[in-house]
Design a protein around this ligand. Structure first.
Ligand code: ADP
Ligand code: MG
Length: 351
């Protein structure tokens, strides 16, 4: 039995169809990340799970119980928002205790729960402060604390780290990951940040315009993207995608890749082909079948590594390297087994 199940979910705002025929099954105890560009329907989906948004068609089931018509308060779900949603006139203790108080839980039990959550999140010394006396990271911890005390079946996080600066974001990312391991909780986490998705998720749902492009583990999505959208969404800098001109399709199983004839067994090239290669898979040293002379346009020095910008078939490409480069004209090597091929619809071809 799936822990959480979406069956043919539809959602529109007026004429704007945001989610259509969304189907997904999630196992128990997993950290699931919904990743996609802004506006693709991630928050809408989360809000439908929480009961903050009506479902037009389809079913959402939590442990086989239909959620659709349950009041939000009866769903045993806690949501953490990007905006923290803390009460400004209450101190940290009161903010964390708020949900429990409205459930009429005895005072001493509330105290135990608040202290326990504060310990987990290392904010015990802040319980008397008001939100305005806290940093962004501390406020987010309070919001998470409030969710933990509810002991929900499912946690929902909507871009919880987006308002934090880069250093704090990576610190909180690690904290959230530890929290998941410790509490063994079920989490659905929304973000547009691929690094958060890669580092936090057991499984990633890549969304685009209300549809699922791919559902898989971070490794699976990085190594086996199903299409160009997924291939370009994961990885920084993103995968290079180069269109192969008609005249470079030598025959049904051979391509002329930048003046190297490369055979792909069992292929049937007819239409346009796109070749993909990740910046980190291009080598300046390890010679391989496909060697290309290039002229460097620009080098970005990131300290531990450099990003080289150049052109292949009139497409700008990026190469990641930690070598010191002095010449403008160099040879790069594209390992045959690191190439991805996509058809004219930008879907992955087996190679
Ligand atoms: P994401 O969280 O992925 O950025 P959202 O789920 O917030 O995307 O929004 C998806 C689409 O639905 C957007 O086009 C957005 O403008 C629209 N939308 C979201 N909420 C509403 C609303 N309450 N009324 C009208 N349109 C909405
Ligand atoms: Mg959103």
């Amino acid at each position: 039995m799936a822990f959480l199940k979406f069956e043919d979910i539809d959602k529109s705002f007026g004429k704007n169809n945001v989610i259509s025929k969304f189907n997904l099954e999630v196992e128990k105890g997993k950290f699931i990340v919904l990743l996609g560009p802004s506006g693709c329907g991630k928050s809408t989906l989360l809000r439908m799970i929480a009961g903050l948004e009506k479902i037009d068609n389809g079913k959402i089931l939590l442990e086989n119980n239909l959620l659709n018509d349950l009041l939000p308060s009866k769903r045993q779900i806690a949501m953490v928002f990007q905006s923290y949603a803390l009460y400004p006139h209450m101190n940290v203790y009161q903010n964390i205790a708020f949900g429990l108080k409205s459930e009429k839980i005895p005072k001493n039990l509330i105290k135990d729960k608040v202290i326990e959550a504060a310990k987990i999140l290392k904010i015990e010394q802040l319980l008397d402060r008001r939100p305005k006396e806290l940093s962004g990271g501390q406020r987010q911890r309070v919001a998470i604390g409030r969710a933990i005390t509810r002991n929900p079946k499912l946690f929902l996080f909507d871009e919880p780290l987006s308002n934090l600066d880069a250093a704090l974001r990576s610190e909180m990312r690690v904290e959230i990951s530890k929290l998941h391991k410790k509490l063994k909780s079920n989490i659905i986490y929304v973000t547009h940040d691929q690094i958060e998705a890669m580092t936090l998720a057991d499984k990633i749902v890549i969304m685009n315009k209300g549809n699922i492009e791919q559902f898989g583990s971070p490794d699976d999505i990085y190594n086996n993207p199903k299409n160009v959208f997924v291939a370009e969404f994961i990885g920084n800098p993103k995968m290079n995608i180069i269109k192969i001109r008609k005249e470079d399709i030598v025959n049904k199983d051979t391509l002329n890749l930048f003046n190297n004839r490369i055979k792909f067994e069992n292929s049937n090239f007819i239409n346009d082909i796109y070749v993909g290669i990740r910046p980190e898979d291009i080598s300046l040293e390890n010679k391989s079948e496909i060697a290309v002379e290039i002229s460097i346009e620009l080098i970005e020095n990131l300290g531990s590594e450099k990003i080289i910008y150049t052109y292949l078939n009139d497409t700008e490409i990026r190469i990641k390297s930690n070598k010191n480069i002095k010449d403008k004209n160099i040879t790069i090597y594209l390992p045959r087994n690191k190439l991805y091929l996509f058809d004219s619809n930008k879907n992955r071809l087996k190679t």
